[in-house]
Design a protein around this ligand. Structure first.
Ligand code: PEP
Length: 252
């Protein structure tokens, strides 16, 4: 059985530790009794100190990005080792905002991914198509090339530790959600890629989250789909109440 995972990607919001703590103060009691769900809060780097605050709770902390080297002259970059050493468990890699705005390539994400795995961080790897690509019927081609480029050279043991987030770019921060069937179809396709590149057992066990305007009203129809194992949530993860409602959907 795949345990659903709900990530709250705060992007460039709530980056002051006090603001992050305020949200967590409200979230912790709302979700403390929930079982069989992994809850991850992914704040900006400046608020990662909340790892201390959530100790002993069922909330884990992730980072939004990292570099592929551990130390050196890389001004402005963040070492995966620092993340690991402060108690960060997860890291998002290949978010579409990194791919599009900061021009991160599959090759770069692949390097980061291999490094994250070697350090013991759990990667949440995002893939997804643009609207024009979907409209031109190229969704599967894009997913395949991102899959092959991003996961190149990964052993079965390594990919087993990855969470994949399918995030259609046209649905991120736009209020437009993929329909449950549209999302499920791509998740199914990702499982086919996992099966052909690795094996069936792995494809059935790996968690694939959906991301793109998930909110308390649409979460249940998405999460009840066979191939969808929770969500990566942006806007609706900023307030404790709405994020808790989304997490609770996994308990039904
Ligand atoms: C995201 O940041 O990964 C995301 C899916 O954002 P939103 O939920 O706001 O669309």
């Amino acid at each position: 059985m795949r345990i659903p995972i709900i990530g709250g990607n705060w992007k460039m919001h709530r980056g002051v530790p006090k603001d992050a703590k305020e949200m967590l103060e409200q979230l912790i009691p709302l979700v403390k009794d929930l079982k069989n769900v992994d809850i991850v809060i992914i704040p900006p780097f400046t608020a990662l100190s909340v790892v201390e605050y959530v100790k002993g709770t069922n909330i884990k902390i992730g980072a939004q990005n990292m570099y592929f080297e551990e130390k050196g002259a890389f001004t402005g970059e963040i070492s995966p080792k620092f993340l690991k050493d402060i108690g960060c468990e997860y890291v998002i890699l290949g978010h579409s905002e990194r791919r599009d705005i900061f021009k991160e390539s599959n090759e770069l994400i692949n390097k980061k991914l291999k490094k994250a795995l070697s350090i013991g961080l759990k990667p949440i790897v995002c893939i997804g198509e643009h609207l024009e690509e979907r409209e031109q019927g190229k969704t599967k081609d894009i997913i395949k090339s991102q899959f092959e480029g991003t996961f190149k050279g990964l052993s079965k043991e390594d990919i087993n530790k990855v969470v994949i987030a399918y995030e259609p770019i046209w649905a991120i921060g736009t209020g437009k959600t993929a329909t449950p069937d549209q999302a499920n179809e791509v998740h199914q396709y990702i499982r086919e890629l996992l099966s052909s590149n690795y094996d069936k057992e792995l494809s059935e066990n790996l968690r694939i989250q959906y991301g793109g305007s998930v909110n308390p009203s649409n979460a249940s129809e998405l999460f009840e789909k066979e191939n969808i194992d929770g969500g990566l949530v942006g806007g609706a993860s900023l307030e404790a109440d709405s994020f808790a409602k989304i997490i609770k959907v996994t308990q039904i």
